[in-house]
Design a protein around this ligand. Structure first.
Ligand code: G1P
Length: 276
């Protein structure tokens, strides 16, 4: 059974400067809830209660968010405002939170390898909180955990993107097992549109088997001089055991201003305009 989920949150969020100069990008709210809280809610809904953060300098607000704030709670005790904290209180009660620091920013693969100390030798989920996902019926990570239980292989979430966007993503090639499930045969990190082998882009949800750590240790820096999880997964796929899954639901790239605004509008419509 998978119980652990890793959140690499050390990145600088340069696409969102100046908002992210002194504030972690993961704390940016969609409506009144920080992005990272949506991610942890998705992990909990998938049954992953052991939450590990790979954090870095300037990210203290994330630790404080997943902790009790005694002064604040004392201040609003017995008032209607307590209701606003119910969701985060439930996460704090039902999950445990561990933190380790990434000292140097050497890529997503390096961040995941840094998380080995909080994961150990077990399969685990990975959530990139700035990809905000709303699953259809079931959360995206929950859908992936079910596939992991079926295949016992690493599972990566994919979606089709316009050809001219491939340079923003890892891109896969696979043999279709069924409608939305592929066995990965090739993958490449952020190819230029003319070099992209498909338009099936990896989005920020992974379920990884722990042999990925040994592979990451051997993975040389790739695109942009960073250790890429895509390169490690390509290596892992050579044993035939990486599954790509076209998830059911919607995803917003909240690391970009346009995606962030689209997510905000979507959530606003869901929350406040649904019954009109
Ligand atoms: C990372 C991965 C990339 C993936 C993307 C999903 O890139 O390296 O393969 O497609 O996340 O969001 P980043 O967006 O961190 O540059």
């Amino acid at each position: 059974m998978i119980t652990k989920c890793l959140f690499p949150v050390a990145g600088y969020g340069t696409r969102f400067l100046p908002a992210t100069k002194a504030m972690p990008k993961e704390i940016l709210p969609i409506l009144n809830k920080p992005l990272v809280q949506y991610g942890v809610e998705e992990a909990l809904a998938a049954g992953l209660t052991n939450i590990g953060f790979v954090t870095g300098r300037g990210k203290r607000a994330i630790e404080d968010h997943f902790d009790v704030s005694y002064e604040l709670e004392h201040q609003i005790a017995g008032t209607g405002k307590e209701k606003a904290l119910e969701g985060i209180r439930e996460l704090i009660e039902r999950c445990t939170f561990s933190y380790t620091r990434q000292i140097e920013m050497k890529g997503l693969g390096h961040a995941i390898l840094t998380g080995r100390t909080v994961i150990g030798d077990e399969p685990f989920g990975v959530v990139l909180a700035d990809d905000l996902c709303f699953g259809e019926g079931e959360g995206v990570l929950g859908q992936m955990v079910r596939l992991f239980n079926q295949f016992r292989c690493s599972v990566i979430a994919i979606e089709e993107v316009p050809r001219d966007q491939t340079h923003n993503y890892g891109v896969i090639v696979g043999e279709a097992i069924s409608d939305n499930i592929f066995r990965v045969t090739d993958m490449v990190e952020k190819p230029a549109p003319q070099d992209a082998p498909s338009n099936l882009a990896i989005i920020g949800r992974y379920v990884l088997t722990p042999d990925i750590f040994e592979i990451l240790e051997q993975t040389e820096p790739g695109k942009n001089g960073e250790v890429q999880i895509t390169d490690a997964l390509l290596q892992q796929s050579k044993s035939g055991c990486v599954i790509a899954y076209k998830f059911k639901g919607r995803r917003f790239d909240c690391g970009s201003v346009a995606g962030y605004v689209a997510a905000t509008n979507f959530c606003y419509e869901q929350k406040y305009l649904k019954d009109d």
